[in-house]
Design a protein around this ligand. Sequence first.
Ligand code: OAD
Length: 254
Amino acid sequence: MTEKPDTKALIEVLSHANHVVVSTGAGISAESGIPTFRGKEGLWKKYRAEELATPTAFAQNPNLVWEFYEWRRGIIAEKEPNPGHKVLARWENIFPAYSLITQNIDGFHQKAGSKNVLELHGNIWKLRCTEEGTITENHETPLKKSPPLCPDCGALLRPHVVWFGESLSPTVLQKAFQLSSECNVIFVVGTSAFVQPAASLPLAAAEAGAKIVEINPDPTPLTPYADFSFREKAGQILPLIDEELKKTLRTKKE
Ligand code: OAD
């Protein structure tokens, strides 16, 4: 039998934390059955990002890019958030201040009940007009017309996601760094910590005095900087931390 991970020291820190930030990546949705990008079965092992997730790819072959995104929308539509997403949603009501930042575009945090989610890389359920920049929500799988066209001006619609070679929204990015530099604890869950600028958030937090908690079955470039490292699956360790935290908070109240 594997030993239960020791969460005691972390719970002590969490029980005094005023502001907790959680930054998630593809690994939080892995247990829901959504493929990650860089693991053995990762999307970028099977598909070439430059052919499917860049502005040039879309300009050259919008049909192929939309085929890829429709395939991903189809997978996501069939799956559900897992216990990890659900704990992160509950934590909105536990800490005095709490912020959830994600690189994911699947919308699972919101589906699990999170109300405040800062999406760094956009959302696969939103479409953006390539001419007017208007953003609309769309959950059709498959789309009635693919590639979809703007109902107002007839231009191509694209997924409202950040592609390679594109910049993140400056407003979203500024907010992410601001929150990270204000928190006492930052959880970094299920990201390979390779993709910038998301990978810099925990370092900015640590520079401002926060503790870094990493949750990932594998070590990452962030691991040497982590104050707490859990080599666990998010859907298993987060409910465990949540359980222990609830017990401690209850005892403190009594
Ligand atoms: P990656 O695929 O690079 O990394 C996923 C991480 O999740 C790996 O470090 C795994 O070890 C870890 N992992 C796998 N299963 C897990 C589990 N059950 N619990 C916890 N961790 C687990 O995904 P990201 O780091 O999110 O960007 O990738 C960052 C960005 O690269 C994505 O947002 C996407 C991609 O290209 C864009 O599309 C712009």
